[in-house]
Design a protein around this ligand. Structure first.
Ligand code: OAD
Length: 245
């Protein structure tokens, strides 16, 4: 185990242009449930009934209720040592990009700067009529009525649902960055949701050094240079310590 930590710290020390991909696992230690796994959200809730455009069309009140519940959980959560370690890493490199699948805004709240949110933000909504995007914080929560835009149109969460396209500009920027990166760090993602799931493969094919940190073995554990089993909130600070940061 220590050997893996040393190897990973060595790779991180040698990196210049670093791409980080994060998933729900990095926020688990902030008390935000992941989607898959033993206590994952998709164990108790059906993705088809809550996270698809069809579900919203069928029952917008139920979908909003679920998002408001998650919003309230997330609003109470604080960034954890894993988020903060990535802030320190960002300062260490000349070139750094953090692509997150999380919609919780915790990377930005921790202080990360160059962050792209591939699946949107739970604190934003957009209007199905006029397309306008609005901040939709917990204080703007409408409990009895559905959230509406100034134009009267129905608002929906500005998150990417199953069957929807991810924002093309964010994906393009990620691939552009990856083309000149020399190291990819993949933290707390099951790596099964596309297109984010392609990132580790692209990185390996392009010859980047690759590190994974995850509680469990995943589909990419076998292809990365170093796969560390552990919590990001513990492993990342330990790697920083080994790097002398
Ligand atoms: P998942 O819930 O699929 O995977 C979370 C991963 O984090 C699992 O592999 C866990 O083993 C790992 N994990 C849990 N706690 C951890 C910890 N403390 N430290 C390190 N690893 C830990 O979440 P994502 O991969 O992010 O999409 O899922 C991708 C997408 O699927 C989400 O963005 C969401 C979901 O459906 C949308 O809502 C569009």
């Amino acid at each position: 185990m220590d050997e893996l930590h040393d190897q990973a710290a060595g790779l991180l020390r040698g990196g210049h242009s670093v791409f980080v991909l994060t998933g729900a696992g990095i926020s688990a230690e902030s008390g935000i449930p992941t989607f898959r796994g033993k206590d994952g959200l998709w164990k108790n809730y059906s993705a088809e009934q809550l996270a698809t455009p069809e579900a919203f069309q069928r029952d917008p009140a139920m979908v909003w209720e679920w998002y408001h519940w998650r919003q309230s959980l997330i609003a109470k959560a604080e960034p954890n040592p894993g988020h903060r370690a990535l802030v320190t890493l960002e300062r260490y490199y000349k070139r750094f990009l953090l692509l997150t699948q999380n919609v919780d805004n915790l990377h930005c709240r921790a202080g990360s700067r160059n962050v792209l949110e591939l699946h949107g933000s739970i604190f934003r909504a957009f209007c199905l009529e006029c397309g306008q995007k609005v901040e939709h914080g917990i204080d703007r929560r409408v409990i009895d009525a559905l959230p509406r835009c100034e134009c009267g149109g129905l608002l929906r969460p500005d998150v990417v649902w199953f069957g929807e396209l991810i924002p093309a500009d964010i994906w393009r920027a990620s691939l552009t960055f990856l083309a000149d990166a020399d190291l990819a760090l993949i933290c707390g993602t099951s790596g099964v949701v596309w297109p984010a799931a392609m990132i580790p493969n692209i990185a390996c094919e392009r010859g980047l050094k690759t590190i994974e940190i995850n509680l469990e073995k995943t589909a990419i554990s076998g292809i990365v240079d170093v796969s560390i089993a552990g919590r990001t909130g513990e492993v990342l600070p330990e790697l920083l310590r080994l790097m002398g940061l």
